[in-house]
Design a protein around this ligand. Structure first.
Ligand code: HEM
Length: 392
């Protein structure tokens, strides 16, 4: 039998194409296994992943809690744990709740509609470059209340950062990622020096005025960067994956013209083939997961892609069930580090699907997409499609 660690090579061609059969096999055979490449315990069961993500006292996200270091530019909502994280996280959550998500969704739907209008009848095009990138940059910039940076230029910076998340597997990716982070920091700095437009950023800036201590201001600025970069890159990847799922499930798009199915369906698209493949925590103390002893200081990777297809949590896990309810999938994470932008991402995905479903032209695949060689994020580099007249 192939050892689990060899069976699951996240960058192997067949896994990039379709990771789910191998993950299902591992879940049956060895649900908690040591992965040599990732130097971590890998979890494939839903319940085990939830246990780790929920128990932030035992499983740290903040490397400082387990003897590691965090460079100053990386101190953010993402790298702090409760209770230190609470203030900055609730600042962003509160500011997000105050934004008009209906208006953001409406503008996003118009953007997709206009893009589809200009693409219809022009032959094959790339869904990633022509729809996923502009939609995701626009939605996140609209939420924050900043001028969207030029799409292509920003996509290149963001891609370098996204690829560097696999730096543990390929050290050559680290330096380009560091340079790209610098460029992004300059962009975010410019937002903090310019006079604010209405939006989430103006609100968090107001709450951390000149009286706030230096570390609070640093956390806020760094978290704004995470919000923009993390929000854009996961959203763009989710759009590509969602369009691919719709293209390979005839009838799904038409069914999602029903508002109820649109609402539940966008969550199912993220469960079915979401962008974030997993996340890492470090055990603060010795403990047991799924009957396996984990030592203090060892890393644990919760494989969302496996948990979201766990039959113990989701009936018919390999089927796309647009009205699945409940659907407490891990595509947006769980616990104190769960996605802050979930409601925005849902709005962006609804805008995408609604615009595709209502458009007079019908979207069809125009060849195979090319999967991005990244382990942490499941995405397409390119996804060719074409808009054809509908048969009446
Ligand atoms: C469909 C699109 C999206 C998906 C699937 C997604 C998924 C996720 C996941 C799985 C996490 C948790 C990672 C972990 O536990 O390590 C996360 C965290 C986060 N997401 Fe999203 N996300 C999406 C869109 C967005 C958007 C649009 C924004 C902001 C505008 C955003 C902002 C964040 C932030 C700030 C965090 C860090 C939260 C923390 O560590 O406390 N995300 N996201």
């Amino acid at each position: 039998m192939t050892p689990a660690t060899d069976a699951y090579d996240p960058l192997a061609e067949d896994i990039l194409r379709d990771p789910y059969p191998v993950l299902a096999e591992l879940r049956r055979r060895e649900p908690v296994f040591w992965h040599t490449g990732m130097e971590s315990w890998a979890l494939t069961r839903y319940a085990d992943s939830v246990q780790v993500l929920r128990d932030h006292a035992a499983f740290a996200r903040n490397p400082r809690r387990t003897g590691g270091t965090v460079p100053e530019p990386s101190l953010s909502v993402q790298t702090l744990d409760p209770p230190q994280q609470n203030r900055v996280r609730s600042l962003f959550m509160t500011a997000l709740r105050a934004q008009d998500l209906h208006a953001i969704e409406y503008r996003a739907r118009l953007l997709v509609r206009e893009r589809l209008d200009s693409l219809a009848g022009t032959g094959a095009f790339d869904v990633v470059a022509k729809i996923a990138v502009p939609l995701s940059v626009a939605v996140v910039a609209d939420l924050l209340g900043v001028e969207p940076p030029p799409y292509e230029e920003y996509a290149a910076v963001s891609d370098a950062i996204m690829r560097s998340m696999d730096g543990g597997l390929d050290p050559a990716l680290v330096e380009p990622g560091r340079l790209a982070r610098h460029r992004l920091s300059d962009l975010v700095d410019s937002w903090f020096t310019a006079s604010p437009r209405p939006g989430l950023l103006a609100q968090v800036r107001q709450s951390t005025g000149p009286d706030a201590d230096a570390s609070a201001r640093l956390y806020v600025k760094n978290s704004a960067r995470v919000m923009f970069q993390g929000g854009y890159s996961t959203m763009a990847a989710a759009v590509g994956n969602a369009v691919h799922t719709l293209l390979t499930h005839p009838g799904a798009l038409e069914q999602m013209q029903d508002p109820a199915l649109l609402a539940t369906g966008v969550d199912e698209l993220v469960r079915f083939d979401g962008p974030v493949q997993g996340t890492t925590r470090t055990a603060v103390r010795a403990c047991r997961i799924g009957g396996i002893g984990i030592e203090a200081g060892q890393k644990v990777v919760t494989l969302f892609a496996a948990a979201n297809r766990d039959p113990a949590a989701f009936p018919s896990p390999d089927d796309l069930v647009l009205d699945r309810s409940p659907n407490r999938h891990l595509g947006y994470g769980w616990g104190p580090h769960s996605c802050i932008g979930t409601t925005v991402a849902q709005a962006g995905l609804r805008a995408l699907v609604a615009a595709l479903a209502e458009h007079p032209a019908r979207l069809e695949a125009a060849g195979d997409g090319v999967r991005r060689r990244t382990a942490t994020m499941r995405a397409f580099d390119t996804l060719p499609a074409v808009l054809l007249p509908r048969h009446r």
